[in-house]
Design a protein around this ligand. Structure first.
Ligand SMILES: NC(=O)c1ccc[n+]([C@@H]2O[C@H](COP(=O)([O-])OP(=O)(O)OC[C@H]3O[C@@H](n4cnc5c(N)ncnc54)[C@H](O)[C@@H]3O)[C@@H](O)[C@H]2O)c1
Ligand SMILES: O=C(O)[C@@H](O)[C@@H](O)[C@H](O)[C@@H](O)CO
Length: 309
């Protein structure tokens, strides 16, 4: 019998859910997956085959066969969540759908089961709005793919108990993740708000004909992206100021940029640029592009971890 404390229900087996399932299984957890997709078994097989080499490259001691044997497709939600320590939900990004699911989860799971959503932007308080308790509901927002990118944004609502916060962070850390616990709830959390700000400006610059998508990406990869992967944007501000630090940089460089108005692209412009991006990168099929991106991310992560050791 698998120890009940290392069992997880993964609700929703799409891009994110399958990556979570592989990660939990790679760390010895019993994983039960619930999803109405007709090809669930094959999807799990494919996801494990794809994730295993990445997990091994990142130093996780896992045999692909062992990994796959720890993941089962459940016939129902009730079967999936029976006796698990944590539920990691990865269903459609729709608040109504998540509200309904979490209300059901709260009624059918044990009183100490953590109920986590992978949501990209919906706060736990919105999901728990109509739920009396809500103390077990929390956001555990990963970055795609969770089995490679280490950060999980842990975002409690005011209803979430400290025990839930602590245990969720502890579970994610036990999977080799880097939990970032937010002090306050905000729609979009921190990562996606920052990503949104940067992408809005990037889309605006492409739409205005200032730069082509590939050139903007080359610029980011060879400058800010590289710098931020090494030290993070705020530590970089401090370094940018030299011995005078962030204060010096803001006084001597920041001031001159205060007049700059950033772009605010219309939905139509965003759609146009999305088409331009797909055209620019479409010659490489999605699977190959995703595999290449995974390899590059693992190389950078391995190098930055080695440098920090
Ligand atoms: N894709 C990303 O980059 C990313 C990153 C971080 C977080 N997220 C979040 O993770 C969640 C899932 O995103 P995704 O990209 O994996 O979506 P996806 O569309 O790939 O997967 C969603 C899955 O939910 C399943 N589903 C639908 N109804 C269901 C039900 N009643 N019970 C169980 N499963 C059901 C679908 O069959 C599908 O497999 C969203 O909340 C999203 O915001 C996505
Ligand atoms: O970048 C990520 O993986 C996460 O921030 C996601 O939540 C987000 O939805 C992106 O995929 C899209 O911006």
């Amino acid at each position: 019998m698998n120890s009940p404390q290392r069992s997880v229900a993964v609700i929703g087996a799409g891009t994110i859910g399958l990556s979570w399932a592989s990660l939990f299984a790679a760390h010895g957890w019993t994983v039960r997956v619930s999803d109405p997709r007709p090809d669930l078994g094959q999807a799990i097989d494919d996801a494990v085959s794809e994730a295993a080499p990445a997990l091994i490259a990142l130093g996780v001691d896992v045999e692909t066969s062992d990994l796959r044997s720890r993941i089962t497709a459940s016939a129902s939600l009730e079967e999936a969540v029976d006796g698990v320590s944590i539920v990691q939900e990865n269903g459609p990004e729709r608040v109504d759908w998540k509200r309904e699911l979490f209300a059901k989860l709260e009624s059918i799971t044990a009183g100490d089961t953590i109920l986590a959503t992978s949501s990209s932007s919906i706060p736990a308080s919105e999901i728990a709005r109509d739920i009396a308790d809500g103390s077990r509901i929390i956001v555990g927002h990963p970055y795609n793919p969770p089995h490679v990118l280490p950060v999980v944004e842990v975002v409690p609502s005011e209803k979430t108990s400290q025990t839930t916060i602590d245990r969720a962070a502890e579970i994610y850390a036990s999977l080799g993740r880097e939990p970032v616990i937010l002090k306050k709830e905000i729609a979009g959390f921190v990562g996606n708000r920052l990503q949104l700000a940067l992408l809005r400006e990037a889309f605006s610059l492409v739409h205005a004909g200032v730069v082509e998508p590939e050139m903007l990406d080359r610029l980011m990869r060879g400058s800010l992206g590289l710098r931020w992967a090494a030290v993070g944007p705020l530590a970089a501000v401090r370094l940018g100021g030299g011995p005078g630090g962030a204060k010096h940089l803001m006084e001597n460089v920041g001031k001159e940029m205060e007049h700059i108005q950033l772009g605010s692209p219309t939905p139509e412009a965003m759609t146009d640029v999305a088409a331009t991006i797909d055209e620019a990168y479409g010659q490489k099929d999605y699977a190959t592009a995703a595999k290449d991106a995974g390899r590059a991310q693992i190389a950078i992560l391995t190098a930055t971890r080695k440098a920090a050791a």
